[in-house]
Design a protein around this ligand. Structure first.
Ligand code: FE2
Ligand code: FE2
Length: 183
C-alpha cells in the first residue's frame, strides 16, 4: 500500500461523517434532538481525526514532501488545499463551540450547529474529491514507492500520537455508533 491509499481510506471514513452531519442538520431543522454525548463525539471526530490527524498528515508530511520536489506552497493546488483546511478549521471551531453550548443545555445553539455542520460538510465534500482525483495523483507521480513506504511508517507514528490507544479503529467505531444514533 502506498501512503496516498492510506489517506484515501481516511477520506472514506470522513465522508461517512459528512453524511451524518447533513442528517444532523436536517434533524435539528425539524426540531429533533441528539444526545449530548453523541454531539461531543462528532466534534471530537472532526477536531481530532479529520483535522489534527488527517489534515496534519497531509500538511506536515505529504504536502511537505511534494514541496521538496518542486510544488509551490502557495498559488498552486497545495495552496488551495491549505486554504480549504483553514476554512474547515473555522467551521470546526464554531461547531465545537455551539456543541459545548448545546451540551450545557442551551437549545438555541441548534441553529448554529446545523449551519456549521452543513458548511463543513459541503466544503469537505468538494475538497476530498480534488485530493483523491488530482492532488494525490500528482503526489504518486513524484513520490517513488519506497518513499511512500517511509511515509506510511510515519503515518503510523502519527496515529499513535494523535489518535491514542484505540487508534484509527476507535474513530471508525465512533462513526458506526453515530450512524445508529443519527439515522
Ligand atoms: Fe485535505
Ligand atoms: Fe484529505
Amino acid at each position: 500500500m502506498v501512503a496516498t491509499e492510506a489517506l484515501k481510506k481516511d477520506h472514506r471514513l470522513i465522508e461517512r461523517m459528512l453524511d451524518l452531519l447533513q442528517n444532523l442538520a436536517k434533524k435539528f431543522d425539524q426540531g429533533g434532538d441528539v444526545p449530548a454525548d453523541s454531539m461531543k463525539n462528532i466534534s471530537g471526530f472532526i477536531k481530532t481525526f479529520a483535522d489534527n490527524y488527517h489534515h496534519g498528515k497531509e500538511e506536515e508530511l505529504l504536502f511537505k514532501a511534494m514541496e521538496e520536489r518542486g510544488f509551490p506552497r502557495e498559488g498552486g493546488p497545495i495552496g488551495v488545499m491549505l486554504i480549504e483546511h483553514d476554512e474547515g478549521r473555522g467551521y470546526t471551531r464554531a461547531l465545537a463551540e455551539s456543541i459545548e453550548k448545546y451540551a450545557a443545555g442551551d437549545n438555541t445553539a441548534k441553529k448554529a450547529i446545523a449551519e456549521n455542520a452543513r458548511n463543513y460538510s459541503n466544503l469537505m465534500s468538494q475538497h476530498i474529491p480534488k485530493e483523491d482525483g488530482i492532488l494525490y495523483m500528482m503526489a504518486d507521480n513524484v513520490l517513488p514507492e519506497p518513499f511512500q513506504e517511509e511515509l506510511l511508517k510515519k503515518f503510523e507514528v502519527v496515529e499513535k500520537e494523535k489518535l491514542g490507544e484505540g487508534g484509527w479503529q476507535s474513530y471508525a467505531d465512533i462513526v458506526d455508533q453515530l450512524a445508529k444514533e443519527i439515522a
